[in-house]
Design a protein around this ligand. Structure first.
Ligand code: BGC
Length: 745
């Protein structure tokens, strides 16, 4: 593969070199590891400030004490709560991705941060992954298309995006140690492209090294990943920051492009890239040049952020909690909710005809901003669906709310933090440079943890089972005489969370049983969800209307009500497959998910819709699916291969219904007679088209030669075979409306 040439800003490099020369070894070492939980070391003498970082993707996280995972308890760190990346991705709207990045960047800067630990762009390999809600999609093209503007939005505020988690961080089970066996083609075609786009198109100033290992080596010490791929092949010249506790060995981390070690422990001087690094240099095991390289990368990021250098007085100040931010968040929430099913035009409801509305389900009245792991937010406010409905309807409609099912609450502990706990385990078993405990010790720990987990599940199940009958009966009774019934169920951050994966893909708290009962008495019950990852919906054939919302931010309730009552026409589509049952997934079939120790990504390229296509399995709702209150017609596909390389295509989308709406037209390619095995189809482009009733628009797109390419392992490069490719234009990955053939020379 061709080495990517870097184009340096000469003035910047000169200023950096000048500073570098003035730094002592001790000062340089202080810069490459944390000095507090979220800051690097500063060198006051030379006017080098600390790099101040903060989570995370859904807003700027609350302030912590410097050396303990305890909130500082301030009241001035409440922020705008943004839709999760999974919600944003369902909008398929790059402009909104820029807008959300911009809000996040401006708020981060407003809170005095230099680096925001976002966006999370790992590919969703399995719907049970606890952090899927923080990620965008199962598809690399869609992820890249949204990650790039998001990063630009952040960085336009003189704040660095720290794109995470590099790479293939696709499960939470054994997250600090799990080894993922991935073949090169899968890595380059599926798990790396969004990161490559983040670097080459988004120009991300920093990247976070992931916790997991790839093919035997931890990502934060992985020379191949960090030196060869990231720096040499892609030309990355920014800073690599470790995930918190992701470094395990001094020499290895020192000798690869890991620039800043962060962790969760307060003994900052004992970090691998602190005192042990100095000792390794003294022993001659690590050269000072390696430290210089790290400092250079950090200084380059700082210079770009105007933290240092002759232009530092021009740095933007940022701000937070503005009205404009809230409006942008509301706009995104509106475009993020996916109408999965809508028979007989059940939705939208006519607000004027409803005198008595029954709302059933705990998620109607629940807020989610304060959970999920490092993505937790101290939101300025969060409008839940029930509040949104009531605010929309006003005082002339009687809105009755019943819980419907019981949710056991996990007690909050204030003296310690889940994040510390989750990594603490590692410290206990990984003291010094020892990499992994004895196998029998390890097995014993897993066994104990699994036993505790099962006992807890059993306790909760018993509690749910005891309390539900009364709650069910109350809901079913109330449903009988309401003018309309809306069920709001789904998941929460006790389930969608960092640190562990879901046990299955079922709706928790016996919600399926309640939904069945409600549908028996009210066929027109509107089934809606708030959640971060797909759930099985065994009753879906019986329901007339199903609306899915990811964690959609502080304005969730307003957007929800506007969609329910038709003030907003839904325009989102799924950025991931919703399988009918978990067992249909590739990783469920090969048993290579959620295991401790190591997993082999045996399915290769065949995850998500690529797998469902190949195996001819019909999912509950396919990738790219999402309905509108209006209908669209597609026509007139034209294809033209320019000089046999790029393919120019155009087609027309017409709104043939009565309401204004937006359609997401998707372009897939299906190679005919490919030289290697290739997925049946792959997303290569898309366009979101906003249309008034009766109006049409010609969509023109260009597929570049690289869109037709696959990764040739022998050549170690992408190549596009000459020949014919079917071009599919779809309203979803299954609803293909137009087809044509393009020939590549
Ligand atoms: C998470 C990262 C997060 C970091 C700092 C880690 O546990 O994996 O995503 O940015 O903590 O809070």
């Amino acid at each position: 593969m061709k080495k990517r040439e870097r184009t340096y800003d000469k003035k910047m490099e000169k200023e950096i070199e000048k500073l570098l020369k003035k730094l002592t070894l001790d000062e340089k070492i202080s810069m490459v590891h944390a000095a507090t939980l979220f800051k690097s070391g500063a060198v006051d003498r030379l006017g080098i400030p600390p790099i101040v970082t903060s989570d995370g993707p859904m807003g700027v996280r609350a302030e912590f004490m410097d050396d303990r995972w305890i909130s500082s308890g301030n009241q001035d760190d409440m922020v705008t709560y943004l839709p999760s990346n999974s919600a944003l991705a369902s909008s398929w709207n790059p402009d909104l991705a820029y807008a959300m990045g911009h809000v996040l960047g401006e708020e981060a800067r407003g809170r005095g941060k230099d680096v925001i630990l976002a966006p999370g762009i790992n590919i969703k390999r399995d719907p049970r992954c606890g952090r899927n809600f923080e990620y965008m999609s199962e598809d690399p093209k869609l992820t890249a298309a949204l990650a790039v503007p998001f990063i630009k939005g952040v960085q336009d505020n003189d704040v660095a995006a720290c794109v995470k988690h590099f790479a293939a961080n696709c499960q939470e089970t054994d997250r600090m140690m799990v080894d993922e066996e991935i073949d090169d083609r899968t890595l380059y075609e599926l798990y790396l492209p969004a990161f490559k786009a983040a670097v080459q198109e988004g120009h991300a100033y920093s990247i976070m090294g992931a916790y997991n290992r790839i093919n035997g080596t931890h990502c934060c010490e992985n020379k191949r990943l960090l030196d060869l791929i990231l720096r040499m092949e892609w030309g990355f010249d920014g800073a690599v920051i470790s995930d918190w506790g992701g470094v395990h060995k001094t020499k290895e981390a020192a000798q690869c492009s890991m620039d800043l070690e962060m962790s969760i422990f307060p003994d900052f001087e004992d970090y691998y890239l602190a005192k042990p690094l100095k000792e390794a240099i003294a022993r001659g095991e690590v050269s000072e040049d390696m430290v210089d390289a790290k400092v250079r990368n950090l200084l380059r990021m700082m210079y770009r952020l105007k933290m240092i250098g002759s232009h530092k007085d021009t740095r933007k100040a940022g701000t937070y909690n503005t009205v404009a931010h809230r409006e942008a968040v509301l706009h995104t929430a509106r475009e993020s909710m996916v109408l999965l099913k809508n028979e007989n035009h059940t939705l939208p409801l006519d607000a004027k005809k409803i005198k008595k509305l029954l709302v059933v389900g705990v998620n109607a009245a629940r807020v989610h901003s304060d959970g999920g792991g490092s993505a937790e937010i101290k939101a300025l406010y969060e409008i839940c669906p029930l509040a949104g409905l009531k605010m929309y309807l006003g005082g002339n409609t009687q809105v009755q709310y019943v819980k419907g099912y019981h949710v056991p609450e996990k007690p909050k502990t204030f003296d310690h933090n889940w994040q510390a706990d989750s990594v603490e385990d590692l410290r206990n078993t990984n003291i010094g440079q020892v990499e992994r405990p004895e196998a029998n010790q390890e097995n014993e720990r897993h066994r104990r943890e699994e036993e505790e987990r099962l006992a807890q599940v059993a306790r909760e199940q018993a509690e749910i089972h005891e309390k539900n009958p009364e709650l069910f009966a109350q809901a079913v009774e109330a449903a009988k005489d309401a003018d309309a019934v809306i069920f709001v169920g789904g998941l929460n951050h006790n389930i969608d969370s960092e640190g562990f994966d879901r046990g299955d893909m079922k709706l928790p708290y016996e919600q399926d049983l309640l939904i069945e009962e409600l549908l028996k008495v009210r066929k027109d019950t509107i089934i809606t969800f708030v959640g971060g990852s797909p759930v099985e919906m065994p009753w879906r054939d019986k329901a007339r209307a199903i609306l899915w919302s990811y964690y959609a931010g502080m304005e969730t309730g307003n957007a929800f009500a506007e969609i329910i009552f038709g003030e907003v026409n839904p325009s989102a589509k799924l950025a991931e497959t919703f399988p009918a049952v978990y067992e249909d997934c590739a990783s469920a079939k090969n048993g290579q998910f959620g295991k401790w120790g190591s997993i082999s990504l045996e399915e290769g390229l065949y995850c998500g819709y690529r797998h469902f296509d190949r195996q001819h399995i019909t999912p509950a709702f396919c990738f790219g699916h999402g309905l509108s209150y209006t209908d669209f017609e597609y026509s007139g596909l034209t294809l033209k291969a320019e000089k046999g390389k790029n393919v120019k295509l155009s087609f027309t989308v017409k709104n043939i219904g009565k309401r204004a709406g937006a359609e997401i037209a998707q372009v897939y390619i299906a190679p005919i007679a490919a030289k290697v095995d290739r997925p049946d189809k792959e997303l290569k482009s898309f366009a979101k088209v906003f249309l008034a009733p009766g109006r049409s628009k010609k969509v023109s797109l260009t597929l570049k030669q690289e869109d037709f390419a696959y990764f040739d392992v022998q050549l170690h490069d992408f190549i596009a075979d000459a020949g014919d490719y079917v071009i599919l234009i779809g309203a979803s990955s299954e609803d293909i409306r137009l087809r044509g053939i393009a020939t590549l020379a």
